[in-house]
Design a protein. Sequence first.
Length: 511
Amino acid sequence: MFKKVLIANRGEIAVRVIRACQERGVRTVAVYSDADRAALHVRYADEAHRIGPAPARESYLQIPVILAAARAAGADAIHPGYGFLSENEEFAQAVLDAGIAWVGPSPQAIRAMGDKMAARRTMMAAGVPVVPGSDSDGCEACAALSDAEAAAAAERIGYPVLVKASAGGGGKGMRVVQAPADLAAALAGARREALNAFGSDTVYLEKLITQARHIEIQVLADSYGNCIHLGERECSIQRRHQKLIEEAPSVAVTPELRAEMGAVAVRAAQAVGYSNAGTVEFLLDRTGRFYFLEMNTRLQVEHPITELVTGIDIVKEQLAIASGRKLRWTQDEIAMKGHAIECRISAENPYNNFLPAAGRISSLNEPHGPGVRLESGIYSGWEVSLYYDPLLAKLVVWGETRPEAILRMRRALAEYRIGGIHTTIPFHQQVMDSTRFQWGQFDTNFLDGPDAFRLSAAPNRDLAKIAAIAAALVEHERGQQAVILGTPCDEPAGHVSAWKLASRPGSGQGR
């Protein structure tokens, strides 16, 4: 196993990797921008190195600077987390060229799956079902669709279609087109956004599968040709192609379908010689047919729910695989137990179109108790910046059944209080209360369209203040009653012991 690992990331995922390393007896190195000087991951790591100003392009995306920090620290491995440079083949290759181990798949695998069109062609050659698209006939020239070629492809595929960036991800460079008249504008917008986000304006078309579920399969593979899957995750609760709530297993996946999708995911990983942890994403339609979407060549934000239902620490396995060890399990040893749900807690205002929120966290009360897992990168007094992704924490729960998991999540969300900024906690609370969600009657359009889930009105701040004052007065009155009613009869009148002052009426014990 490695002696020292540098985590080329920030926030909750950096903290997550640091903890996994600590449990392996591995020392950790954090990197930070000027905005993250006092961040939690900096505090938890064994050592930390500054890598630049606040903007990511001047710090967390600076390959030479991160490599210099790794050399200065004497790190023998780099874990990229997710986001930033995690799926950058140039970074992976530079790390290996520097004689440092890369905790992830090979640069070749990243390249093969990083270009979405190339990945589709690879999957088609491997017999993996893909969504019908502009390249479904194997056309190599489709990498540079003109407007006229795109129009012809859309007619062949059939509307509605989805314009997607070939080098994209996270919903960027993606547009839904319902009719021919909207295609030209969608192409222009997708190309412009893709160029800004990924440095490439290449787009392609896919058939839009309506009323579909977003199902992904977690895979683990070593460098000896062994590959297994860890079951599925349901990721259909999305807003603008950004996942908000995930759960495992999916209510729509039977054991037979799980085995079939898992086998296809393993075949997809083996087709590119994959090693380490990865995720194969599918669309599942109403008839039970599924289609390959893409493969994420990194750790996923939602990996904790798979860990809870399988008992496998995916981050520790990443470290073991990268250090040259074989997989410890065979497929028949993998079983999913219980049900897990993850809510992404972000600094966004759900009552104002999820507008990002910045500011200082004035108070923090985190949920605990049986079956509750919180992966967080914040603390009371932390300044939330607009420089980075608004994700603050991942609240994850496990229950023996899905209803128990929902009830546990409702309880945990009620306990979770982040003062000073807007967060998505109210949104998650209302989804957990939704009958459609509770019955599992949802798809990727849960938050879109005429029948979409809608947030109820924001609570009145004045009424909330009045309620808080009333609650404080009631508690004060109860405290006064405790003093009066708690006076022991064998003590002089008017004398109250310190023990009695700290007790509740009739409780028989101190608070």
